[in-house]
Design a protein around this ligand. Structure first.
Ligand SMILES: [Zn+2]
Length: 543
């Protein structure tokens, strides 16, 4: 990942505030911290009755049974308060939440049900679908509403419950959807009716409210709805009763795991790989390998100081081999399996180009590169030695076998007694790969290629979410993660193309560095080395 700091002049994070290595968006930089509360998650379960009613009879159709039920229940709460059955200086406001229904004392529950029956309202106020939905949650608040139906022998259907709840979450899961906005309106209107909202604070809003939703202009509707939502959040979540709501919401969402099965989109069969294309790409790679091997053979390493030749030759060969392996194995042609190779290739190009750019003023750069790697080997040797002291049994055996090999490697060029160890992230202290990329004009490519390739390699959340997980699509499951069943997108030709491009770049940089001119007469030098001229040990790809 990037080690450097973003150059301010061209930061794409405009509008963000930088604190250390974090870029904070304006909404997170306010004096008061705003908590994001999703209506679906922390309110909808308590709104199930209101949403059911509004789903059956929209607000524009007038109060109907919903309005009458709310008035009757509010009256019941006033009576309960008057006889001292509910606490508080003022009679509780009845909004129609499930927890509101739950708070109606036993005596008033019976009175309310009797009233519903007398007025012939019960079937409308407690629709059968709602009874199914609520019945599947044994600890749902307000269950007494559906008791008469259960006593009449209603056979609870999970399927019916799912059908209604699915619709309610689909149509009212966000406070911006009309169904939810109208439910919020009814919740607020209850406060207005009980004079808990003072006129004066929002004169325009209070004037519009009684005419909502039918007799308002579009502009008024906009004002009303945005004010409703803005007022709702603090008012709803700061009630003393909010604890009960939250408890029920938590029970509701957790219960859904056992009630309803996950829902995923059917995996699509992967496209078949176009083998002819693979063959052609592999042939091109074999050609790159031949060209490289001829050039490496015909170049004088300078036996007095071969660091430059050694490093350049190693880097280029690695790049070509990595690209060849990627290109020859379509199973790697996906971000999931191929990105580590892309990342390695990109890193190579950046480092090669950077070293070639600075070698004139920093002739030791090839030595520095080697030195950094040798230091890492020495560190590994010392860690291994340390681990060996604590190890027993099989691990000890393995480490004992490893140590002589490491000792030989560390001392191959110079004695380890003269070898530094660097813990910097690259072979140049305080110079990140990103900084190198910027200096050789590959900064943009760093962000677009190295960023996602690094994510895929390190497996950060963006990679897990993008490549390995799907979201459960059941509305009652709230978009939790499920393992993705589809195989990685094989046949994505972008990756082998990138791999080949990077290998080509590495080879071009190599040719330029060693001042090698491939035989003329062919595009990019490709196909320029006849097969009979290929060096011994023809590097056929391992396929
Ligand atoms: Zn699920």
């Amino acid at each position: 990942m990037a080690q450097g700091t973003e150059p301010k002049k061209r930061s794409p994070f405009k509008g963000h505030v930088q604190r250390g290595r974090r870029h904070i968006p304006p909404m997170r930089d306010l004096p008061v911290q705003i908590t994001l509360r999703e209506f679906r998650k922390v309110a909808l379960p308590d709104f199930l009755w209101l949403l059911t009613m509004l789903h059956a009879r929209p607000l524009s159709a007038g109060p109907g049974a919903t309005g009458r039920a709310l008035d009757l229940a509010q009256d019941a709460m006033k009576r309960a308060h008057a006889r001292g059955a509910v606490a508080g200086d003022l009679a509780p406001v009845f909004h129609g939440l499930l927890t509101d229904w739950e708070r109606v004392p036993k005596q008033e529950r019976a009175e309310v049900l009797a009233e519903f029956r007398r007025l012939g309202l019960y079937d409308d106020v407690v629709p059968e679908t709602f009874a199914h939905a609520l019945a599947v949650y044994p600890d749902a608040p307000g269950r007494w509403l559906i008791e008469p139906r259960l006593q009449d022998g209603l056979v609870v259907s999970l399927e019916e419950a799912e059908k209604l709840l699915w619709e309610l979450v689909r149509l009212g899961g966000s406070s911006h959807q009309p169904l939810a906005t109208h439910a919020i309106y009814l919740w607020i209107i209850a406060l207005v009716k009980m004079t808990r909202i003072e006129h004066g604070g929002e004169p325009v809003f209070i004037d519009i409210l009684p005419r909502y939703p039918n007799n308002v202009t579009d502009a008024e509707r906009g004002v009303a709805e945005s004010t409703l939502r803005a007022m709702f959040l603090p008012a709803f979540h700061n009630r003393p009763e909010a604890v009960e709501t939250l408890e029920w919401c938590r029970r509701f969402w957790r219960a859904n795991r056992a009630l309803f099965e996950c829902y995923r989109k059917e995996p699509e069969p992967p496209d078949p790989t176009d083998l002819e294309k693979v063959e052609i790409a592999v042939d091109r790679c074999v050609q790159l390998q031949r060209e490289f091997l001829v050039a490496a053979r015909d170049t004088d390493p300078d036996l007095w100081d071969s660091d430059r030749y050694d490093v350049l030759t190693g880097m280029t060969w690695r790049a070509i081999r990595m690209a060849s392996h990627l290109i020859g194995h379509p199973a790697q042609w996906s971000e999931e399996h191929g990105y580590p190779a892309i990342r390695g290739l990109f890193e190579t190009i950046v480092q090669m180009r950077w070293m070639l750019a600075v070698e004139e003023t920093r002739p030791d750069v090839w030595h520095e590169f080697k030195d950094y790697g040798r230091g890492r080997t020495k560190a590994l040797k010392l860690h291994t030695k340390e681990a060996l002291q604590k190890a027993t049994g099989k691990p000890k055996e393995i480490l004992e076998g490893l140590l002589p090999k490491l000792e030989e490697e560390v001392n191959r060029d110079i004695s380890e007694d003269f070898q530094d160890i660097s813990t910097a992230s690259t072979f140049i202290d305080d110079k990140s790969l990103f900084a190198m990329a910027e200096e050789v004009g590959m900064g943009d490519l760093y962000h677009s290629t190295m960023g996602p390739a690094s994510s895929a390699t390190h497996g950060d959340w963006s990679a897990l979410d993008d490549l390995f997980l799907d979201r459960c699509l059941h509305p009652l499951h709230g978009r939790h993660a499920i393992p993705r069943l589809e195989l990685a997108a094989e046949s994505d030709e972008r990756l082998p193309f990138l791999g080949e491009t990077f290998a080509r770049w590495a080879l071009d940089a190599y040719f330029k560095a060693i001042e090698y001119h491939p035989p003329a007469g062919s595009e990019n030098g490709a196909k320029s080395v006849p097969e009979e001229e290929a060096p011994a040990g023809d590097p056929r790809l391992d396929r």
